[in-house]
Write a protein that binds this ligand. Structure first.
Ligand code: IMP
Ligand code: MG
Length: 194
């Protein structure tokens, strides 16, 4: 690990190599499951950036891509309320829609996003997440494709942030708790781009 990150990252949870292997497997599964279908991939900004880029290059399927931007407001403001920061531009009605997110935590984000997407009348709607932290689930949300199930740790890197930082780490690491001592990290800062 580069010296710059050593002070902030307690441990590496998922190495670049492990992520690469698993993302290729997921892409293989998706390619099989959606064979013969024209896919609309809807990733959530911004945490999906690396996962998405790696997944897409191994999807051997005709597809279109349209980002959805959501911002979550946590403790202190309206808990669980999502604000749309970028709307869908492509038609979802009658399409095979695959939602992509970085991590399924409490499930509040995906519960709301899934409901919004379902209301648009897609032919099918499935969800793919890189990480799943079932220990913190509050909403009965499930993902159809999961890269890794992880323990209740706050992780950063490979697109995932803490206060908009660390997205550029090529691996997934556990953030040193002294960086957020006592705070409810997943809900900090009050408004954050997921
Ligand atoms: P949920 O609505 O609680 O499921 O949270 C989903 C969003 O919270 C994700 O898209 C992330 O932006 C953020 N999040 C939850 N857990 C983590 C984590 O361990 N590291 C970084 N971001 C996280
Ligand atoms: Mg985030």
């Amino acid at each position: 690990m580069p010296r710059l990150w050593q002070a902030d990252i307690q441990t590496v949870l998922l190495t670049e190599r492990r992520i690469r292997r698993r993302v290729r497997e997921l892409a293989g599964e998706l390619t099989r499951d959606y064979a013969g279908k024209d896919l609309l991939v809807v990733p959530l900004l911004t945490g999906t950036l690396m996962f998405l880029a790696d997944l897409l290059r191994h999807l051997t399927l005709p597809l279109r891509l349209d980002f959805l931007g959501v911002s979550s407001y946590g403790a202190g403001t309206v808990s669980g309320h999502l604000v749309l920061t970028k709307e869908l531009r492509l038609e979802a009605q009658g399409r095979h829609v695959l939602l992509v997110d970085d991590i399924l935590d409490t499930g509040r984000t995906l519960a709301e996003v899934q409901a919004r997407m379902a209301a648009l009348g897609p032919q099918s709607l499935r969800t793919c997440v890189l990480l799943d932290k079932p220990a913190r689930r509050r909403e009965p949300v499930q993902a159809d494709y999961v890269g890794f199930v992880i323990p209740d740790l706050f992780v950063v890197g490979y697109g995932l942030d803490y206060a908009e930082r660390y997205r550029n780490l090529p691996f997934i690491g556990v953030l040193h708790p002294r960086l957020y001592q006592g705070q409810e990290v997943a809900r900090q800062p009050a408004a954050e781009e997921t």
